[in-house]
Ligand binder design. Structure first.
Ligand code: AVJ
Ligand code: FE
Length: 429
């Protein structure tokens, strides 16, 4: 498959996914109402996907005429914070579907004549950016579905049980030394992953699996939420003012932990990675356990460096072959895989489940790498540098495989827990 055929196939797959998450059965008010001030109405995400595609693939890459310049403002994420979006004169669900389909048809027609050359379209960059953008909003839409109470349950796809093997050691030593962080030559990488640069990482120990629900429940049982010794001062403030005392969507029934997951209620599976914890909770757990969160550099080195070959792998297990038995990505399962799953996805150091399952909080703030250049626009990454954001790595079960790479960087405020985020622990060697 050449680059353009691949682009078309990925555009089609992304759109199938977006329409699947906004099916007509969900018509008003499921699509137009706001389930939380943290999220957009689903119909905003849907038309925003098409407007972004219009701006980058039609107007910028193909130099074509605008379809709906008049709605750029409504779908500009910086003009209107999420809380404000339901009060905008949004396109209806039917209008949104028609609009994004018109844009898509014109993009496909124009692709034949657009040379994949130059800064924007060279190696297909801007197309890859738009494809990943759609999938990122699809993950956001799944977080919106998760927040909705009393919604029809999303169904687990059949036959999706992952391969498992007995867990290995709890942690491994990652010997000190330099590794290549980020990338300069991945045609799918965003500006914030560039340029690739050497970082010397001192020896440390890293957990071979994310922290599981059983371990996290032990932290709760031990009174972890009531002891300020474990909490960052701002975390203690968050804990006190929010009144939270368990991960998002957990509640007690009798002696048992239950959870609400995408419209159904079930006992918390104790062998799954914990998700819906904020950075402050992850940080407190780690301190209670006598450990700490890994830095972003530690995490990425453990996920991508091949010490025998002295080079970076594109994925933990090698340079190609995404998802499948290697990782739980792309909404194939609607939950993290149990601890010990996907042994074929282990990194060179024997660390498992780095990609997929849950986003992993790191101790690092979101900033640009040395030599960072904003491209193609400041609002993707640069405007967030130096803000109150922590870096998350590895993607979740809801992240598309196209973004499930060790160099990919996600970020959010340390109080956020509607995203599919968990963590693993590290300690100094
Ligand atoms: C990288 C997930 C933080 O959702 O705000 C979507 C991705 N950027 N549209 C976000 C994004 C522009 C971004 N995150
Ligand atoms: Fe966006």
């Amino acid at each position: 498959m050449d680059v353009k055929e691949r682009i078309i196939a990925e555009l089609v797959a992304a759109r199938d996914r977006s329409f699947g998450l906004t099916v007509e059965a969900l018509e008003d008010p499921e699509l137009t109402s706001q389930v939380s001030p943290l999220m957009s109405p689903l119909v905003w995400d849907l038309a925003h996907i098409g407007n972004y595609e219009e701006q980058w693939l039609l107007r910028a890459a193909a130099g074509a005429a605008a379809v709906r310049e008049d709605i750029d403002d409504i779908y500009d994420a910086f003009e209107h914070p999420r809380a404000e979006r339901p009060s905008l004169p949004l396109l209806t669900p039917a209008e949104s579907r028609a609009y994004i389909t018109t844009v898509r048809d014109r993009v496909i027609d124009s692709l034949e004549k657009v040379p994949l050359a130059g800064a924007l379209a060279g190696d297909g960059f801007v197309y890859h950016m738009v494809i990943q953008h759609e999938h990122q909003h699809d993950e956001t839409m799944l977080a919106t579905h998760q927040l909705r109470k009393g919604a029809p349950a999303l169904l687990d796809p059949p036959g999706s049980e992952p391969g498992r093997a007995a867990p290995g050691p709890d942690e491994v030593l990652i010997p000190g030394g330099p590794f290549l962080m980020g990338t300069s030559d991945d045609p799918w990488a965003y500006d914030n992953e560039r340029p690739g640069h050497l970082v010397d990482v001192p020896s440390f120990h890293l957990d071979t699996a994310p922290v599981g629900n059983a371990a996290y429940a032990a932290f709760i049982e031990a009174g972890g939420y009531d002891d300020p010794r474990w909490w960052h001062p701002k975390g203690w403030e968050w804990r006190s003012s929010s009144g939270r005392s368990a991960p998002g969507f957990w509640y007690r029934e009798g002696g048992q932990w239950m959870r609400r997951r995408l419209g159904r209620v079930e006992p918390v599976p104790m062998d799954e990675p914990v998700q819906h914890v904020c950075w402050y909770e992850a940080d407190a757990y780690a301190r209670w356990a006598g450990r700490r969160l890994p830095t972003e550099a530690e995490w990425e080195k453990a996920a991508s460096w091949d010490p025998a070959a002295g080079r970076k792998r594109r994925l933990p297990w090698g340079d190609s072959g995404s998802a499948g038995d290697h990782a739980n990505l792309g909404q194939r399962r609607l939950r993290p895989s149990p601890l010990g799953s996907h042994p074929d996805g282990a990194s060179a150091y024997g660390v498992r489940q780095l990609i997929g399952d849950v986003w992993e909080w790191t101790s690092s703030d979101f900033t640009g790498y040395p030599g960072f250049r904003s491209f193609p626009y400041k609002e993707y990454s640069e405007v967030f540098f130096g803000g109150d954001y922590k870096v998350l790595k590895g993607g979740s079960w809801a992240t598309h495989p196209l973004s499930g790479r060790p160099s990919f960087r996600n970020w959010d405020h340390p109080i956020r827990r509607q995203i599919f985020a968990g963590f693993r622990c590290a300690r100094d060697a």
